[in-house]
Ligand binder design. Sequence first.
Ligand code: ATP
Length: 617
Amino acid sequence: MLIPDPDAPPVTKASLRRVARTFSPYRGRIALVGIAILVTSTLGVINPILIKILFDRALFCAEGCVNLDLLYGLVALMVAIPVVSGVIGIGQTYLSNLVGQRVMQDLRNGLYAHLQRMSLRFFTATRTGEIQSRLSNDVAGVQSVVTDTASSLLANVVIVISTVAAMAILSWQLTLLSLGMLPFFFWLTYRVGKARREVAASTQKSFADLSAITEETLSVSGILLSKAFGRQQHETERFRSENRRLAGLQIRQQMIGRSFFATIQIFFSVTPALVYLVAGIVIAGNPAGAGLTAGTIVAFTTLQSRLFFPVGQMLQVGVEVQSAMALFDRIFEYLDMEHEIQDAPDAVEVPKDTVEGRVRFRDVSFRYGEQWTLRDIDLEIEPGQLAALVGPSGAGKTTMTYLVPRFYDVQEGAVEIDGKDVRGIKLESLGEIVGMVTQETYLFHSTVAENLRYGNPAATDAELETAARAAFIHDRIVELTDGYDTVVGERGYKLSGGEKQRLAIARVILKDPAILILDEATSSLDTTSERLVQEALRPLMAGRTTIAIAHRLSTILAADVIFVVDRGRIVERGTHEDLLRRSGLYARLYQQQFHGGEVEAECEDGVVLASGEVVRR
Ligand code: ATP
């Protein structure tokens, strides 16, 4: 399925060159395919010539006389040629498929590796379905061009040239007659091509919409949402209507192609009759026949029948090549996207065990788009300290933690680890230095052991167990049907929220990062689970610089320093006692969250908390 875009820019030399470069590793094999096509296409012209000789010299060499020796020879050749062509054809199909698949494989690998290194910004701004579609549909579209279109283009060019040459040798008058039809063909193809491009573009968009709907609504979160809001009927309708549109478009697309081929076929059948007519008129006017023997006429119509199909296809190919170039352009567009976050040329490796863990935000300002999300953040966290980030929702806490492992780069100022700007540390090192426990624990669809080893692929079974014990999850794991080999994650065994968090903690214990970022879950666990998670965290944080987006009282109380973030700025800092004494934002938040946070009564424009504070709507 190709994606022609009617508004696509014309095929440029640069993109053609780039496509050529994509194929260049397979030059040798492509040349072989070319030779095979040349041989088989030329062999095809020989047959009609043999027919002429057969008619004129073997079957009807003279009145009632047959030249048997010549007949045997010709028949042998007429049998041998298709056999040889067939065998070469098999090899050619194998080779062209091989090249097509290899190029596709290279493009997919290249795209995937490129995407892996794209910044978080790209993924937050792009629909998952869109990325998947480029990786699968677009690349697959390119493959069909290579194996089908490119080979058929070459074959058709050879067939047309050799056939026209042979026809001209047989009779230039009849050749002119046949070629006279071509302008009509050009016109027809132009019209059909245009219509097909338009329909195909709409089809592709419809495909994308349909897969986006599927992707969004059939994910676990999507289905939960539609169930929770009783919107299944609505979603089904939405899908159904888009699906109806898609089916209609595809039928139109098929029909446009079909009527084109029908026209070609009609020509294909009608022209021999015209040739007989013209030949008859020519012979009647000039009984010497201008060299038009029965053999010539039969050979000519045979040759001509070979011509129309390739011509039709060649004209089609123009449309397909253009569409394929549009696909290549879509792939190149992704490949050309710059990696926003990459190693500076002078970035250095910093081994994890040499890191002390001092974290410094030096006058940091950051924005996702137009508006500043963080402004003039200046703070320092000593090695081994636990720093808690506290603040209202949307204040910028998560964003702050994203700047340390360089999920995003700051616009102003710098984030430093041990006095070194993070942009000067190789990303691979940075990935080793910083560990994260996020709110939502993501587990791959794989065994418990493999999920744990994501933190340290080299960890032994004993180390896995030690980490799992430290995270208070070992006992739970051994209760599972296959213990550490139980498949969890997307379609595997479902662990509870608290268990998943403890597994995530064990994973980071195995990773043993120098700096830990902890985004505490806001969703509350039951008391036992909560306590287990806290107990699991204790050894993880001990002696390790930890930046926690704190939602638990225990974390806040244990923090060496608390930074209170509000609307992108640090508005207060200090220890719990200091901050409480100030009776500022922190004291208020603390009251709401941990003391008297329960709603006591509702008032006209809000609620009254047990602390006496009124929270307005
Ligand atoms: P919460 O406690 O609710 O998680 P937070 O303090 O962690 O909030 P952030 O997630 O850092 O807040 O968000 C800070 C601001 O940046 C918010 O206004 C948010 O809407 C905005 N923001 C977050 N991510 C993006 C993004 N990818 N693109 C644009 N704006 C974003």
